[in-house]
Design a protein around this ligand. Structure first.
Ligand code: PHE
Length: 340
């Protein structure tokens, strides 16, 4: 036993671990429960009583020695690492991480959403690939009605019942089918129309739809809500006007104009010298639409409105070409408000 202890001690003396792995190897081989030294302690019980004192001392010394060596190597490794860290020049500039910017459509959309949030409207979304029922039929577009053609719809060749939604009004229907009044929501999203692409129009664009259904909702509520929106969106001096219009799903229907936010009403290129800019369509939800969604028009009434996002964004940022929104040219995108 004494020889064994001596042999192990010599071996430890000869060791000179070069890195953390070798130090760890040492710990596993000598110090852990199943390692060489603890296994000697196990054999200790078989040592004859008269040798117990001498061997016990030698064993304890070996254990302390091995532990000390191990600690010493670990410490040296740590110092090594510190001196390497000291070689790093912390005054050098860090790698430059470029900040992203929000898409201008997202900026304006978020502004719109914030304003309606303050009036208690919550946001919901619906699918861009729709069926005829939600995009047209339930919105009171009768079969063969010319208004269907007005919307230049992209139909799926294999199944003309499926289409790319032409407006976010389809989400109104989904909401009214699912929820019980009161409903106070806005539906932002992307819509598609088969239109020639030019600087002023595109086959893809975005809309925000609003819907409010409850007992005793009136046209006065609609006007006041949209007037609040205009003041928050443009500024306190904005004027609004409503012109009668037609949509199959609202009755009465109107279009809302705001005083031109570029010339303040004097007349310019944007308002085509009229002093007014059209920004949205709106009206009282047609009783037929409520019936399609199993809401009793005798008990409930509602208003709806829908507006495009591209046009106000073009004007706000003086952008001349709508196609820039969809090309994702980094030189264009990085000019807008950054993400944080
Ligand atoms: N969906 C109409 C459009 O795309 C806008 C609208 C929405 C009109 C809701 C009235 C009510 O032009």
């Amino acid at each position: 036993m004494i020889d064994k202890i001596e042999e192990i001690r010599k071996k430890i003396d000869a060791l000179q671990p070069k890195n953390a792995e070798e130090v760890e190897e040492f710990r596993l081989k000598y110090l852990t429960k199943k390692g060489l030294i603890p296994s000697l302690f196990k054999d200790f019980k078989d040592v004859p009583p008269e040798q117990k004192k001498e061997i016990g001392q030698a064993l304890n010394q070996l254990k302390t020695y091995a532990q000390m060596k191990y600690n010493q190597w670990k410490e040296e490794l740590g110092k090594d690492r510190e001196s390497k860290a000291a070689d790093i020049d912390f005054s050098l500039p860090a790698n430059f991480v470029e900040l992203g910017a929000r898409h201008p459509i997202s900026i304006v959309l978020n502004d719109m959403v914030d304003i309606f949030n303050r009036l208690g409207f919550t946001v919901a979304e619906g699918p861009e690939i729709e069926d005829d029922f939600h995009n047209f039929t339930a919105l009171n577009f009768p079969e063969e009605h010319p208004a269907r053609d007005m919307q230049d719809t992209f139909f799926f060749e294999k199944n003309p019942d499926i289409l790319l939604r032409t407006h976010t009004s389809s989400v109104q229907i989904r909401a009214m089918q699912k929820l019980k009044p009161p409903i106070r929501q806005i539906y932002p999203g992307r819509v598609y129309r088969n239109e020639a692409i030019s600087a002023r129009s595109h086959c893809i664009f975005h809309q925000v739809e609003g819907l409010y259904v409850d007992k005793d909702v009136s046209f006065a509520d609609l006007k006041q809500t949209l007037y609040y929106f205009a003041k928050e969106f443009i500024g306190p001096d904005v004027k609004v006007r409503f012109r009668p219009s037609y949509f199959p799903f609202t009755e009465p229907s109107a279009e809302m104009d705001i005083s031109c936010f570029l010339c303040g009403g004097k007349g310019c290129k944007i308002c085509k010298k009229t002093g007014w800019v059209e920004i949205l369509g709106c009206g009282m939800v047609d009783p037929n639409v409520l019936k399609f969604c199993n809401i009793d028009p005798e008990e409930y009434s509602g208003f709806a409105f829908g507006m495009g996002i591209e046009r106000p964004t073009l004007v706000k940022y003086r952008i001349e070409d709508i196609r820039l929104f969809f090309e994702n040219d980094i030189r264009f995108l990085k000019q807008f408000r950054s993400v944080i």
